[in-house]
Design a protein around this ligand. Structure first.
Ligand code: 13P
Length: 258
């Protein structure tokens, strides 16, 4: 019998919060999450707030740091880009790769997403690979084909060891920032499809271990039901992570039942 996967709740602040807002946020969030054990927690601030968060958290194991994006290149003449080494220097552990906002608004292709995954892994950053279908794709019955193509594009040719480091976030584009959450049944179905894909492509062991997070209008009100689905191993929270109390409530909803 495989060990249960530890739940993982991450807050993607997107393009919100200045550096000076980090300390008051963390003061409340640390207090509110003080009693929580057995859940992996990460905040994913914008680049400009990472240094402050890093200084306050000081490499904390309880609240870890993620970045929202990263260059696929190691260093050099890439104006405006941020490298994996720069993130590592701030004790960043995770990096979002292929968020739908980056795919849609900044033209990120599966090929670029793949290169970023590889760069992250080579730099000891754990990629949180974001995948998800649009409303039109779902209405056309193509959601599984889209998920499969995104998984295949990003994860091709990775070794077993590399695959073990990957975290996947299923974020249906139609549920992001819209207040329209996938129902627990819709989300579970997609998560199970992703796990089955991993079983076939990477083997049962990897499929059993990999955490698959759900993202898209997760709130303190709907988190518990989503997180109780067998293949939902955590949440990637946007809007509701901007309020430290709401975000802490979502973290609390991930605590395993006694
Ligand atoms: P919302 O929770 O605001 O819908 O955002 C989800 C998301 O995109 C997290 O990465």
């Amino acid at each position: 019998m495989a060990l249960p996967r530890k739940k993982f709740v991450a807050g993607n602040w997107k393009m919100n919060m200045t550096s000076s807002e980090v300390a008051p946020y963390l003061e409340v969030f640390r207090q509110e999450t003080e009693p929580v054990n057995n859940v992996d927690i990460a905040i994913i601030p914008p680049f400009t707030a990472l240094a402050k968060a890093s200084e306050i958290l000081g490499g904390s194991q309880k609240i870890r740091l993620g970045a929202q994006n990263m260059s696929p290149e190691a260093k050099g003449a890439y104006t405006g880009e941020i490298s994996a080494a720069m993130l590592r220097d701030l004790f960043v552990r995770y990096v979002l790769v292929g968020h739908s906002e980056r795919r849609r608004l900044f033209g990120e292709t599966d090929e670029l997403v793949h290169r970023k995954v590889v760069t992250a892994l080579n730099s000891e950053l754990r990629p949180i690979l974001c995948i998800g279908e649009t409303l039109e794709e779902r209405q056309a019955g193509q959601e599984k084909a889209i998920l499969e193509a995104q998984l295949e594009g990003a994860l091709k040719a990775l070794t077993q060891e590399q695959l073990e480091e990957i975290i996947i976030a299923y974020e249906p584009v139609w549920a992001i920032g819209t207040g329209l959450t996938a129902t627990p049944t819709q989300a579970q179905e997609a998560h199970q499809f992703i796990r089955d894909y991993l079983k076939t492509s990477a083997g049962v062991e990897i499929a059993d271990k990999t955490r698959i997070l759900y993202g898209g209008s997760v709130t303190a009100d709907n988190a518990r039901e989503l997180l109780s689905q067998p293949d939902i191993d955590g949440a990637l929270v946007g809007g509701a992570s901007l309020d430290p109390r709401s975000f802490a409530e979502i973290v609390a909803a991930a605590v395993p039942a006694e």
